[in-house]
Design a protein around this ligand. Structure first.
Ligand code: HEM
Length: 211
């Protein structure tokens, strides 16, 4: 997938003027191969098509749900987010996925039937946790591009009718990215561990979504 074209499509000014520490850029550089492969997964590619079907979309939501249902509680417990100035609740995606699925008739009692990822990576240090989380936060770039395609598709999916997860922070994406990056720079982060955590995130996303 041509990411530079997507970047232009979603407006470089929206993510181009942020101060993001070099370590964050290195995450993408070091995992470029996996990022590229993520962009080639059929489950995600079909969301770019204006003829995407309801069934395809629900399948993608369920798959994301199965990943976040495992990762998010694990991440939440891994460190004291408040102590480092991050409101984890504000960054949760699982509630968005639950609301999206509900719009398609998959209510709370049916969520238990969705397969959940069991191969959780072990995050050993604060720096690894932050690197892992930085990738999840960064993934909102691709999600924003997908959200625009979903809105323009025949299903006309917007935050209020089933595409809250992909729209995510909406207009607040820059602000949320900046706040996260700022909190990370205020910690004594070990670069190698940060990158190791980021790699674990890319690897688990790929392993799960490509299944
Ligand atoms: C169809 C799938 C995807 C597409 C089309 C896509 C697209 C993009 C684009 C256009 C960017 C901006 C590139 C840049 O800043 O140079 C980006 C950045 C990024 N993506 Fe993806 N992406 C996808 C999936 C993912 C997934 C699943 C993850 C998480 C494992 C991910 C993690 C990241 C990260 C960490 C960044 C850097 C963001 C930043 O530093 O602001 N992407 N993606």
């Amino acid at each position: 997938m041509d990411f530079s074209r997507i970047l232009t499509a979603i407006g470089s000014k929206r993510i181009g003027k942020l101060f993001i520490p070099p370590m964050f850029k290195d995450l993408l550089k070091e995992n470029a191969q996996t990022h590229k492969k993520l962009g080639e997964i059929p489950l995600l590619i079909c969301l770019e098509d204006k003829n995407v079907t309801c069934e395809e979309y629900i399948l993608a939501l369920k798959k994301m749900y199965g990943l976040y249902a495992a990762l998010e509680p694990m991440l939440e417990k891994s460190i004291d987010w408040n102590a480092i100035g991050i409101d984890f609740n504000q960054r949760k995606r699982l509630p968005m996925l639950e609301r999206d699925l509900k719009k398609f008739g998959i209510s709370s009692d049916k969520l238990g039937g969705i397969e959940v990822c069991k191969e959780l990576p072990e995050l050993l240090t604060l720096s690894e946790v932050l690197g892992f989380m930085a990738v999840i936060e960064g993934s909102t770039a691709g999600a924003t591009a997908t959200a625009e395609k979903l809105a323009a598709s025949k299903l006309q999916l917007r935050p209020d009718n089933g595409a809250e997860f992909f729209n995510n922070y909406g207009d607040r994406r820059n602000e949320m990215r900046m706040n996260f990056a700022k909190a990370v720079t205020e910690q004594k982060v070990n670069r190698d561990e940060f990158l190791a955590g980021g790699k674990k995130a890319f690897d688990i996303f790929y392993a799960w979504l490509a299944l």
